[in-house]
Ligand binder design. Structure first.
Ligand SMILES: Cc1cc2nc3c(=O)[nH]c(=O)nc-3n(C[C@H](O)[C@H](O)[C@H](O)COP(=O)(O)OP(=O)(O)OC[C@H]3O[C@@H](n4cnc5c(N)ncnc54)[C@H](O)[C@@H]3O)c2cc1C
Length: 403
């Protein structure tokens, strides 16, 4: 067992941190105000290999390992506590990976080579107005094959990156029923370009936080898609979605850790200088005991997150571990990291007193941003608990039965 990062991993962390400090942190308020990440910043991220980095070199990526991807997620979370840029990064890292693994060469060439340069977006569209947790029960989008094409009808809602996809172009990996009688074995995944596709209309939502990246929806009315836009095999879409969710949840864990570390450092600087009753407030146990708790929480979940990433590298490079093993660790990461990060940031706001309630400090952006991940982006906390219990007890104990 070795808890040390390799020299290459340490250098990557240093590189991403320096990049973030120079190019990202000074801009996060502006990004939130403008509700958009500047094209020039996306271009620079692409040049450093920070856009869909898990994509193979053939399609413009850097074939980044999951440990290295988590390091970047952590550093971007540290650099952009609002989580707008980390969300863009991790959605594309997870779903770009799935498209790279299962998509056709034509679609990969068209979209991944551009996404890795910041000239297209690659997202995921599972959730519908009828619900996101109960995929088998709630999803109504259907795809039918006619005359060598796919015709899609349905509506996706609460989808990250709709405005980015409309602006830049790109694809959302969209789950649709292709065999409605087959439960989870009747879903397929399609690469759907939102921009300039006949039959697609979009909606944008106003979020509580992470406002630099959009959340919205899109309706598909008789949308015609070439056969090559089916991702992987027919009726295997549910499995590809679960594989991508495990990757995304691990990266979410890493980015929440980075944001919490930044918040705790801001808080520690403050409590070491702010005075009350003739002493620095950091010398009061009422302040330093919560610090000890939050720091310990963040360090403990970091071990689980990096173990998940390590297991993913073992799976994809050496065929060790199963998707089930990884789903368990990814769910534990996603269950705890957003909650620990939120609690740590909330505590730091207490330490700051009145100024913690202003926009002088970025803590309020962090609180709003990280909350998206405990509410539900990439799966709610209860769904994480269900996955963990399923892996411990077996599928026959699923509270809603096997479908
Ligand atoms: C900011 C943001 C970005 C998002 N981006 C995307 C995206 O890019 N792509 C995408 O497909 N989706 C996205 N989502 C949607 C997200 O995946 C869903 O919000 C999530 O899956 C939950 O679905 P729901 O909101 O419909 O809640 P519901 O499924 O209706 O659940 C409501 C509540 O009931 C609880 N619940 C449901 N079933 C059970 C059960 N069996 N036991 C106990 N509790 C239960 C849930 O935990 C939750 O608290 C995003 C969400 C947010 C907030």
């Amino acid at each position: 067992m070795d808890f040390e990062f390799s020299e290459e991993e340490k250098l990557w962390r240093k590189t991403v941190r320096e990049f973030s400090e120079k190019n990202i942190t000074p801009k996060i308020r502006e990004i939130e105000r403008n509700r958009s990440i500047p094209d020039s910043l996306l271009k620079k991220m692409g040049e450093l290999g920070l856009l869909a980095p898990t994509v193979s070199k053939e399609y413009g990526g850097v074939d980044l390992s999951w440990i290295m991807s988590c390091i970047a997620a952590e550093e971007l979370g540290r650099g952009d506590i609002s989580l707008s840029i980390p969300v863009l990064y991790l959605v594309e890292a997870a779903w770009g990976f799935i498209l790279n693994r299962y998509g056709t060469p034509q679609v990969k060439k068209e979209y991944l080579t551009r996404a890795t340069k910041g000239e297209a977006f690659c997202g995921i569209a599972v959730t519908e107005p009828t619900g996101g947790s109960d995929i088998v029960g709630a999803l109504q989008t259907k795809a039918e094959r006619r005359n060598g094409e796919w015709i899609l009808n349905g509506e996706k809602m609460f989808i990250s990156g709709v405005a980015e996809s409309e602006k830049l172009g790109g694809v959302h990996l969209t789950l649709a029923r292709t065999d409605p009688s087959a439960g989870h074995k009747g879903f397929s995944m399609f690469a759907i370009p939102i921009k300039d596709t006949d039959g697609i209309s979009t909606t944008l939502l106003e979020d509580m936080g992470r406002e630099g990246i959009s959340t919205g929806g899109f309706k598909m009315e008789d949308v015609h898609i070439p056969e090559e836009y089916l991702v992987g095999e027919l009726n295997k879409g549910f499995y590809y979605a679960m594989e991508g969710f495990s990757a995304a949840r691990t990266l979410i864990g890493a980015t929440c850790i980075g944001a919490a570390e930044n918040a705790l450092e801001i808080g520690m600087d403050y409590i070491k200088t702010r005075k009350s009753f003739g002493r620095t407030i950091g010398s009061f146990e009422g302040i330093q005991f919560p610090l000890a708790e939050h720091y310990t929480n963040i360090e403990s979940i970091k071990l689980i997150v990096y173990k998940a990433a390590w297991m993913m590298d073992k799976l994809y490079q050496e065929n060790k571990f199963s998707h089930h093993n990884i789903a368990l660790y990814a769910a534990m990461s996603k269950l705890k990291a957003p909650q620990y990060a939120f609690n740590a940031m909330n505590e730091v706001a207490n330490w700051l007193g009145a100024i913690g309630y202003t926009k002088e400090y970025p803590i309020e952006m962090g609180i709003r941003g990280v909350r998206s991940y405990s509410i539900g982006a990439e799966g709610t906390l209860n769904i994480m608990r269900i996955i963990i219990a399923r892996e411990l007890l077996g599928r026959e104990y699923l509270p809603y039965g096997v479908r």
